[in-house]
Design a protein around this ligand. Structure first.
Ligand SMILES: [Zn+2]
Length: 369
């Protein structure tokens, strides 16, 4: 294999030798490269230069604390954001500070972050939009597509454990039985996604994680960089039929060396590096939830409201149903009133039927709690 190296030729040739020993069967995937958490005044400009050399357009999900006057390098960082946009890359939003927009748990079920309240979400979003507008002379909002990525991805793709916790906390009511069904419902009911849709923002996650966040910010050893590049090329080359949305961070020094080699050898292997505008055309990204379009969130919300209204219409005498309003409540057609579950006055909604609150089953199950 002969590749055209625009820089880092030694490292590139070493990787080519590694690939000769352990070949990758590469599919001609389209790849959209994304960078989170920047800008970084010493790393982002180098990455911009390498992208320009190869005419690759990427998305940069900016963490806007880097642009706030409290940040020691905010002036430089703002200039980098404007330069990035002027070079034809997409400036996207990664929120203001880097806390989670929704519950975040680790694999053991321990809570790492309880997630913003609705008020905090709205404030964070408003602040980040204002700082991006300010840094780009108002041009940020004129871009298409308008993309946001939640810190840690939380708010778009909760784990099964996180979903169960939200349901048991009463934060969300889901009808679906399987995790997949619940995830589809969550995309329409999630307050973080609705907040984005309200601000005209779609959510872009990723389906290829470079795993650079598990490395230190400073440059690791040559061997580590080499295996990092190989692992990424392998990942980007496999699983066809869908555009790869690749997650990198422009606050990691190793990417100054790794990105140019990944781009050069990737191209050589048949990968096509595409812009954000080309990426959003792949409808498989919507189907798999990697891209959650603001329109789909709004249509889903409306559908859910209509279904809920429909349910309340079909209530017979002495029957009740549960309606979704963040927590379980019961509606009585007789009294034309909504009651909290298990807390009626003279009667109580229990298992879909109104019962006297002296009924022993109800007393045991509701009042006995
Ligand atoms: Zn991040």
């Amino acid at each position: 294999m002969v590749c055209d190296f625009k820089s880092h030729a030694d490292l590139g040739n070493q990787i080519l030798k590694d690939l000769t020993d352990n070949p990758i069967n590469c599919r001609a995937n389209s790849v959209h490269v994304t960078f989170d958490d920047g800008p970084s005044s010493n790393i982002t400009p180098v990455i911009l230069k390498e992208l320009k050399l190869r005419e690759v357009k990427a998305s940069f999900f900016v963490t806007t604390t880097n642009l706030a006057p409290e940040h020691p390098k905010y002036k430089e960082n703002r200039a980098i954001v404007l330069e990035t946009m002027n070079a034809g890359h997409l400036i996207a939003n990664h929120g203001h500070n880097h806390d989670a927009y929704c519950l975040r748990m680790n694999g053991k079920g321990e809570t790492l972050d309880k997630g913003f309240t609705q008020k905090e979400r709205e404030e964070q979003l408003a602040k980040s939009i204002e700082l991006l507008q300010w840094s780009t002379g108002g041009k940020y909002k004129q871009q298409t597509p308008q993309l946001f990525r939640f810190p840690y991805g939380r708010g778009a793709m909760p784990s099964e454990m996180e979903l169960q916790k939200m349901v048991s906390n009463g934060e969300i009511v889901l009808k679906g039985k399987t995790y997949k069904e619940q995830l589809a419902e969550y995309r329409h009911l999630s307050a973080p996604l609705q907040t984005l849709a309200g601000a005209n923002l779609s959510h872009l996650g990723w389906n290829h994680d470079s795993s650079d966040s598990s490395f230190a910010v400073k440059m690791p050893s040559d061997d580590v960089v080499r295996s990092y590049i190989l692992k990424n090329l392998k990942g980007l080359c496999t699983d066809p039929q869908i555009t790869k949305v690749a997650l990198f961070h422009d606050i990691k020094e190793m990417n100054m060396t790794a990105i140019p080699v990944i781009l050069d050898i990737g191209k050589c292997l048949g990968l096509k590096f595409i812009s954000a505008q080309e990426m959003v055309k792949d409808k498989n990204l919507n189907k798999t939830g990697v891209l959650i379009d603001k329109q789909d969130v709004l249509i889903g919300m409306t559908k859910n409201i209509i279904e809920t209204l429909d349910e309340t219409k079909h209530i017979g005498v002495n029957q009740c149903t549960t309606v979704t309003e963040g927590h379980k409540t019961c509606y009585s057609k007789d009294y034309e009133k909504t009651y909290q579950h298990c807390t009626g006055g003279d009667s109580v909604c229990f298992d879909g039927e109104w019962k006297a609150n002296t009924d022993p089953i109800v007393v045991n199950n509701c009042h006995g709690k």
